[in-house]
Design a protein around this ligand. Structure first.
Ligand code: PLP
Length: 456
């Protein structure tokens, strides 16, 4: 199968690739890459090319490739019991054990975890739970959800609406009416020249307060945000941002969803990003790092405060009308259990903090002085380089300049390293597996400096 010489032809004839320029693909202008294997931080394609995957797939293969412990757990689960549902009190050893392991790691004020399959469906679950919650509390008008420009929360109807990137709305008739977008917490790009970080945080808070005043707090149910903006450009929040936002939400009785699909289970060098930045969420979305993508599984972690109301709701209305066939799928759950065990045994969160911290500081040292590098930023095992036409006046490139894709292509061509050109077009992102070694981190920094020099 893997050596079938018709694979490229079948791919073009039959496969609808997500997030792909379909016409350019059909014209043969998008490289077809068939990935066949991987070990630790490296993957291989069918032509035998070995590449350092400095984006861990889609920042999800956190424990690295080729982990036999997880593969064996999946195989054993498939042999014993490939599937049973989790409706009406059913469970499997794997799903119950994973629920316990997740809640042992979650902040103390959280109560239960609901399992889905993807980050998108977990966020859809969150919005339904919030609407249900407000209906049970007798406030059916409190339904709008505030998200941020540049946030990414998925590609469904509601989650695509919450996502604050135009590409995900254009021609899909999104966003839906219940969604509002507020300021992106991006100090480098959005602050006025000369504005300090605390002044910019005050601006974000003022925008939010103005939106709440305009719409009426009685109509706003929740605020959703990634602790650190991911797909929108890998942007850590400005100092003091989350406590300031949290205070506004508390004042107006607005729930907070921490979307930890990228940051959950260690990417920032701590278990959850919400704890790291001082958020007190009512719901936490988890996905990628839950299984390190060895099998699809996601979750919505629900707070004590919400849980009490959900229980009351079922007393009044009967069983909760929400469930997926594959909720808590045993194979995903078995992968999750083995993955979280491996993260503990190998101390991978500590490694994400130390090696990732080194990657960030070395990248900063190597690139900050380059005239076309506007910002180098990150936290733990995630890092970004943002390019600008002119640094002193902060003149930005247009997406059409494709600076990010050009540098990513050069990095791959010169050094066999995969980074991600973020959707804005002028940001290069790195989010390697947590098992990255110091030597590999140095390799990434040197190779990036050389690719930047070759393109700019
Ligand atoms: N939320 C965040 C923060 C994400 O980064 C993503 C995906 O990248 C999602 C939600 C959606 O997850 P999925 O692609 O598994 O649906």
């Amino acid at each position: 199968m893997l050596h079938n010489d018709k694979l490229e032809q079948w791919d073009r004839e039959s496969f609808f690739h997500p997030s792909t320029h379909l016409a350019e693909f059909a014209r043969g202008n998008v490289a077809q890459r068939v990935i066949t294997g991987g070990t630790d931080s490296h993957i291989e394609d069918r032509d035998g090319n070995r590449m350092l995957d400095a984006f861990a797939g889609l920042y999800c293969v956190n424990v690295g490739y080729g982990r036999t412990e997880i593969a064996e757990a999946i195989a054993e689960q498939a042999r014993e019991l490939a599937y049973y549902h989790s409706y009406v009190g059913h469970g499997t050893e794997a799903s119950i054990t994973l629920a316990k392991m997740v809640m042992d790691r979650a902040p103390d004020h959280m109560s239960k975890v609901y399992f889905g399959m993807s980050g998108s469906d977990a966020n859809e679950t969150n919005i339904k739970l919030i609407w249900y919650y407000n209906n049970i509390l007798g406030r059916p008008e409190k339904k709008k959800i505030i998200s941020r420009w540049r946030g990414y929360h998925g590609s469904g109807l509601m989650t695509g609406s919450l996502t604050g990137l135009e590409l995900f709305h254009k021609k899909f008739d999104l966003p839906l009416a219940q969604v509002l977008h507020t300021e992106a917490p991006d100090y480098f790009r959005r602050a006025n020249l000369g504005q300090t970080e605390p002044q910019f945080v005050q601006h974000c808070v003022a925008e939010l307060e103005a939106m709440i005043a305009r719409e009426g707090a009685g109509t706003i149910a929740a605020f959703i945000g990634e602790p650190l903006l991911g797909t929108g450009g890998i942007v850590p929040p400005p100092e003091g941002y989350w406590p300031a936002i949290q205070a506004v939400l508390d004042k107006h009785d607005i729930l907070l969803i921490a979307d930890e699909v990228v940051t959950g289970f260690g990417r920032l060098g701590s278990m959850f990003g919400s704890e790291h930045y001082g958020m007190k969420p009512d719901l936490i979305t988890i996905a990628k790092g839950l299984t390190s993508a060895y099998a699809p599984l996601s979750g919505s972690i629900v707070s004590d405060k919400m849980w009490r109301v959900l229980e009351q709701g079922t007393d009044e209305n009967g069983p909760i009308g929400h469930g997926w066939t594959y909720s808590a799928h045993p194979i995903g759950a078995a992968a999750g259990v083995a993955n979280l065990q491996l993260i503990d045994t190998l101390g991978l969160i500590e490694n994400a903090g130390t090696v990732g911290g080194g990657l960030n500081s070395k990248m900063r040292a190597a690139l900050t002085d380059h005239p076309q590098v506007g910002d180098v930023r990150g936290e733990g095992m995630i890092c970004a380089v943002e390019f600008v036409k002119d640094k002193s006046d902060r003149v930005f490139y247009d997406a059409a300049d494709k600076i990010g894709p050009q540098i990513a292509a050069k990095l791959l061509e010169q050094s066999s390293i995969i980074a991600r050109a973020m959707p804005q077009g002028d940001i290069l992102g790195f989010a390697p597996p947590f098992c990255l070694t110091e030597r590999e981190a140095d390799q990434i920094v040197d190779a990036t400096a050389s690719a930047v020099k070759a393109v700019l």
